[in-house]
Design a protein around this ligand. Sequence first.
Ligand code: GSH
Length: 209
Amino acid sequence: MAKERVLWGVGSARALRVHWALIELGLEYRSERIQSRSGETETPAYRRLNPRGKIPVLEDGGLVLCESGAIVTYLAETYGNGRLIPAGGAERAKYFEWVSFISMEIDATTLYVLRRHEALPEIYGEAPTANAAARGYFDRMITAAARDLEDGRRYLLGAEFSGADILMTTCLDWALAYRVPLPEPWLAYRERTTARPAHGRAEAANAVP
Ligand SMILES: N[C@@H](CCC(=O)N[C@@H](CS)C(=O)NCC(=O)O)C(=O)O
């Protein structure tokens, strides 16, 4: 019998990405509603699943997959039938450019710095200089990236919604939660992506118990 599909993790922007992709694709899954920094990622059983002790993790058949960007891309490639990731060519190359840019320049280099040193200084330490630099760098990157929206495209890759939009939207939400100003084209873009029915359902699925 095929193993159940299981998503581990709720209550985080990264987990929301995977809930959203699963729901966009209409895939059944069981949600294990564990949260970061709750002790639930530190149990021996969870560490056997993911020695890094992070959420989200997807179990799909025999596969155990970490890293939200990789999971969204895997789901799109495996179950999308043309949805969430372009089949080939320049559009597919652009998909990977956006996923890499969002994961590195928007998430890891800027928003995660603020997460650690502004929101959780009791764990990661105070770093006001790094925080100010992260805010400035975010502004530079997101303003430059807004130029791609100038041609009036609906989503990052054009007319079709993709996994890159899932990642970008969760980062924009995250930025707003930290009172990081967003250029107007990104606010309008976020209105479009969050209007998708799957986004609302994913937020409900990702809500903390
Ligand atoms: N790059 C990873 C980051 C995963 C991550 O840092 N998850 C956080 C919650 S958003 C977590 O599990 N933190 C718990 C911890 O660091 O112990 C991804 O995109 O999946």
